[in-house]
Each structure stands twice: as structure tokens, then as C-alpha cells.
Design a protein around this ligand. Structure first.
Ligand code: ADP
Ligand code: MG
Length: 559
């Protein structure tokens, strides 16, 4: 029999698993159960879209059997199974998402942390097993195959016998070492507790043979061990449960179980809509930015279920770009199962759901801003840029949805403020919302142009992100107050000022200004006297709409 090698990357992960001293190694069971559940989802989905197949719910389940004598733990499912090629491709190579996460986390921390926070799927079983045998028969195939591996030195695949379609995974649980015991993974009560903890909402029955000691029939004092099948999970998916029955921890558990992120979500949104469109959704605002967030690799989207069956992992149409950081899932009875990707884009129900979801996200962010300021600022530091892009990209279509969510640092307290806060504390005589662009707050404070504005007691918004000014140009105003750059020609601070400038131009300084103009020819369009300056002898200002900072960015853009 030929022995095949794992991919280099898989091998590294495997070694990590094998040598793991990780305390949360119990999550291997969650990973295997979720794979089994996915496999049943697949067969269910097939049956619903293919008339030649019938899906009788009673025939689909996951069974866990512990055998203390042989030190094996078996997880069997009646899912779609794997062909020989699939065994090879799916178990010989780390799933792409998993490997990305692995790479990133591995750079930052020591490897062990990633296992608990972000499942690495099938491989996690090597934390507790030193030999894994997977026997699988794929739907539509007469032959089964057996994949076997004891870890680092590769795996084998050979034909095998299996009466039913599905997959059986036998874990040979590691022997105990001096300071480490693996016995708990053969204890029924412990296994039951692990299933309850992580996999309670799995939609298919998770069955376990649980033994108990009973009085032997016909005797009075003889006992016997009997195995009795128990149904361990409650099967109600979390999104179908009543919000009042759920704790923050339940949602966080779901977030991690679903691999939405490594972090703790800042907020969850549980929607149960039964108006014009019926759906349930659980959405999360993550705490930190995924490492690939601003790269091409990042894919936005929500998991989409049609009546409890997963039909798409990342449905992009459900999220507008400006909320692309939101994670979560949507389940709707109003969607047809055998809908194709192309059809989904035009589906009216889906459009309604998407619209509904966008406004839920918005109002939830707004209430976070109002009631959980600290969390909101945390969120804004991670994803505020995306909101500003949203304002800019859609040419104001989403202005109303986004403008109240924006924040900028301000000169008043050097803290983030909303536009609403800015406008509501403007002195009565202040005409505009002032802003200044620059690399940092410190740099901006040194700009001569800011003096006159701050001296008047007006607040200045610091635009330190290159998108800031572009976004604000799209907004043009907030609550009828226009935005105005401190370096613009007309600050609207003192109407007299400009007249004075002109007068000074023409009088005694004429020779000086003519000389300066000729020396700076082609670099500036005119040289004028100004009353704006206090401590500084000179400053640059612009006449048109485009400020100096914007010009820098525009010039740096590839055309
Ligand atoms: P992921 O579930 O994130 O894709 P895993 O490492 O958990 O990564 O599993 C890898 C792949 O192996 C799965 O995507 C699936 O195609 C296949 N697989 C694993 N377990 C089963 C199973 N019980 N039945 C069918 N396919 C499975
Ligand atoms: Mg998996």
C-alpha cells in the first residue's frame, strides 16, 4: 500500500496538533460533529433539489461511540460521504480558510492558541488521537475507501467495505502519559457534556450509547451494564431560539463555533422578522479587523440558509460594502432551495432581506454609539474607514445611512466626536464645520491656518485618514452646515477680512508681493496679505474646492 505525504503546510499544523498540550483540546469533537452535520446538510440539499433522492429525516444522524477497552472513539454520520479523491483532497490538505488563519496566527502567537479560538477542522483530532481511520462511502458510489493516518508520516488510502453511505471516523485515543490523561475522551458523561457545550444546536440528532447499571431482570441483587441510546443535543438552532433564553456567552460560542473570527464580537444582532419577508438572522459586529480586511482576499457575505439548510457560505448580496465587516447568518423560509447563484442576485425576497438587514445593522450601530460609547469607538477604530469609503463610493446614496455613524478627532478634546456632537455645540455665529487635513493631529496643530479658527473658539475636525476629505466632499454638509477646510480662501469668519486683504495688496506692500509672485511663478497663483495669521509669517491656502491635502493624494494616484 502506498503511503502519501501531507502537504508541507498541513504537516506543520499536524505536528502542532500531535504535540499539543492544549487545554481546550475537547474542541476536536465540535469540529468532527460540524463536519458530519455539513455532510448531512449536503445530502439533504441534494435530495431537495433532486427528485430521484428522498430525504427521510429519521435516517440522518450522527452517532458517537466510546469503547474504553479498545480505547477508540467513533464518530459516524449518514452524510454525503467522500469519494477516494475527496478523501485525498479534503483530508490531505488543510482547508483554505483554515490555512490562512493558521499562517496569520502562527506569526503572532505560539501555535497552540489558534486551536481553541479558531478551529482547524479535521486535523484537531490529532490532539487526542495517535491514529485516525476514516471509512467513507460517497453518495452514488458502491465502493467505500479507508483513509488512515497516524499523523506526521503521511496517510494511506485503500478500498474498504461499508454498507451505508456516510462516514465513520475512528479515533484511537492517545495513551496517558505521566502528566497528561486522555481518558476523559472515552467517558460517556464527559463526551455528552462536550456535545452539549459546543454542538447543542446541530440540527441532526447526535446519538450516543450511554451505559447504565441496572438490576438484572428476574434477579434481586444482580446488576448488569446496559447500553441505551440517548439523543444528546436539543437540535434547535440558536437562531430559532427565543432571544430571552440566550446569553451573551451563547452568542459568543456560536461566533467561535462558526469560525466567524478569532476575537470576541463587540455586539450581536439577533433578528426574527415575520413581516413582509420572514427570516431569522444572527449578525455580529467583530471587535477587530480581520488581517486581510483591506485586501482583495477578503470576501464579505453572510451564510445563507433556506429553511434550515445551508445553501451558501458567503452570500455577498446580503451585505452592502460599507457593512462588509459584519459576520453572521440568515435563515429564511421564503427562499427556494434550488436557487442558483445567478438567480439569487435577482431574487426579490433576498433583496428585501438585504435591505432589512442593512437597516438593522445601522440602528444597532447607532444604539451602540449612544449606549456603549467605548465599544463603538473600538469598532470605529477598526472599521470606520470602511464607513467613510461607503459614503464616498456610493456618491451619497448611503449618505443618510452613514453620516450619523461617522466620527473624527476634534481639536476640542482631541477625542473622537460625531458630526452631530460637533454641530450641536457650535457657537451661534459659527457658519461652517471646520476641518484640517494632515498626517497627524500634531502636524495639523502646527498649521498656521488653524490659528484663526481655534482663536475664535471654533472646533476643528482632524482629517488624518486620506479618505476623510473625499468622503466629506460627497456629504458637502451636515445638518445644513457646510464643511469648510481651514486652508480654504473663504473661512466665513470675518467678512471684513477679505476686503482688507485686497486693500493691503494694492497699497504699500505691492512691490514685495510682486516680487514674491514672480519668484513663485507657476507654484502659487497669487500672493496676498492676510489677517488670518497670528504667530506665523506665511501660509498656503487654496481657492478652489480641492485642498492641498487632496491634491497630494490625487497626484499620487495612478491614472
Ligand atoms: P472545513 O470543515 O473547514 O472545510 P475540515 O478540516 O473540518 O475543514 O474538513 C475538510 C473537508 O473534509 C470538509 O470540507 C469536507 O469536504 C470533508 N469532510 C470532513 N469530514 C467529513 C464528513 N464527515 N463527511 C463528509 N466530508 C467530510
Ligand atoms: Mg470542518
Amino acid at each position: 500500500m502506498e503511503k502519501k505525504q501531507f502537504q508541507a503546510e498541513s504537516k506543520r499544523l499536524l505536528e502542532m496538533m500531535i504535540n499539543s498540550i492544549y487545554t481546550q483540546r475537547e474542541i476536536f469533537l465540535r469540529e468532527l460533529i460540524s463536519n458530519s452535520s455539513d455532510a448531512i446538510d449536503k445530502i439533504y440539499y441534494k435530495a431537495l433539489t433532486d427528485d430521484s433522492l428522498v430525504f427521510d429525516k429519521d435516517n440522518y444522524y450522527i452517532r458517537i461511540t466510546a469503547d474504553k477497552d479498545n480505547r477508540t472513539l467513533t464518530i459516524r454520520d449518514t452524510g454525503i460521504g467522500m469519494t477516494k479523491e475527496e478523501l485525498e483532497n479534503n483530508l490531505g490538505v488543510i482547508a483554505k480558510s483554515g490555512s490562512l488563519a493558521f499562517k496569520k496566527e502562527n506569526e503572532a502567537k505560539d501555535g497552540h492558541n489558534i486551536i481553541g479560538q479558531f478551529g482547524v477542522g479535521f486535523y484537531s483530532a490529532f490532539m487526542v488521537a495517535d491514529l485516525i481511520t476514516v471509512t467513507s462511502r460517497a453518495l452514488g458510489s458502491d465502493t467505500a475507501y479507508r483513509w488512515e493516518s497516524s499523523g506526521a508520516d503521511g496517510y494511506t488510502i485503500e478500498p474498504a467495505e461499508k454498507a451505508e453511505v456516510g462516514t465513520e471516523i475512528v479515533l484511537h485515543i492517545k495513551p496517558n502519559t505521566e502528566d497528561d490523561s486522555y481518558d476523559e475522551f472515552l467517558e460517556e458523561y464527559r463526551l455528552k457534556a462536550i456535545v452539549k457545550k459546543y454542538s447543542d444546536f446541530i440540527r441532526y440528532p447526535i446519538k450516543m450509547d450511554v451505559s447504565s447499571r441496572r438490576l438484572k431482570e428476574g434477579t434481586e441483587n444482580e446488576y448488569e451494564d446496559v447500553k441505551e441510546e440517548q439523543h444528546v443535543n436539543s437540535m434547535v438552532p440558536i437562531w430559532r431560539k427565543n432571544k430571552n433564553e440566550l446569553t451573551v456567552e451563547d452568542y459568543e460560542k456560536f461566533y467561535h463555533e462558526k469560525h466567524y473570527g478569532f476575537d470576541k464580537p463587540l455586539k450581536h444582532i439577533h433578528v426574527s422578522a415575520d413581516g413582509s419577508v420572514v427570516y431569522q438572522a444572527i449578525l455580529f459586529i467583530p471587535e477587530s479587523m480581520p488581517f486581510d480586511y483591506y485586501s482583495k482576499e477578503y470576501e464579505k457575505g453572510l451564510e445563507l440558509y433556506a429553511n434550515g439548510v445551508l445553501i451558501m457560505n458567503k452570500c455577498a448580496d446580503l451585505l452592502p460594502d460599507h457593512f462588509s465587516f459584519v459576520k453572521g447568518m440568515v435563515d429564511s423560509e421564503s427562499l427556494s432551495l434550488n436557487i442558483s447563484r445567478e438567480m439569487l442576485q435577482h431574487d426579490r425576497q433576498l433583496k428585501l432581506i438585504a435591505k432589512n438587514i442593512a437597516s438593522k445593522i445601522k440602528s444597532s450601530l447607532q444604539s451602540m454609539l449612544k449606549d456603549e460609547r467605548e465599544n463603538y469607538e473600538k469598532f470605529y477604530k477598526a472599521f470606520g474607514r470602511q464607513l467613510k469609503f461607503g459614503v464616498y463610493n456610493d456618491y451619497g446614496i448611503n449618505k443618510d445611512q452613514l453620516q450619523d455613524l461617522l466620527m473624527f478627532n476634534s481639536s476640542k478634546e482631541k477625542k473622537l466626536v460625531t458630526l452631530d456632537e460637533y454641530v450641536s455645540r457650535m457657537p451661534e455665529d459659527q457658519k461652517y464645520i471646520y476641518y484640517a487635513s494632515g498626517e497627524s493631529m500634531e502636524r495639523i496643530d502646527k498649521l498656521p491656518q488653524t490659528e484663526i479658527v481655534t482663536d475664535k473658539g471654533y472646533e476643528i475636525l482632524y482629517f488624518t485618514d486620506d479618505i476623510d476629505e473625499f468622503a466629506i466632499k460627497i456629504l458637502t454638509s451636515y445638518k445644513e452646515k457646510e464643511f469648510r477646510s481651514v486652508s480654504s480662501g473663504d473661512l466665513g469668519i470675518d467678512a471684513e477680512e477679505n476686503k482688507d486683504d485686497d486693500a493691503a495688496d494694492k497699497s504699500d506692500n505691492k512691490d514685495l508681493f510682486d516680487y514674491m509672485s514672480s519668484q513663485l511663478a507657476g507654484k502659487v497663483s497669487s500672493v496676498k496679505a492676510s489677517k488670518r495669521l497670528k504667530k506665523h509669517p506665511v501660509c498656503l491656502s487654496t481657492e478652489g474646492d480641492v485642498t492641498i491635502e487632496m491634491e497630494k493624494i490625487l497626484n499620487a494616484m495612478p491614472n
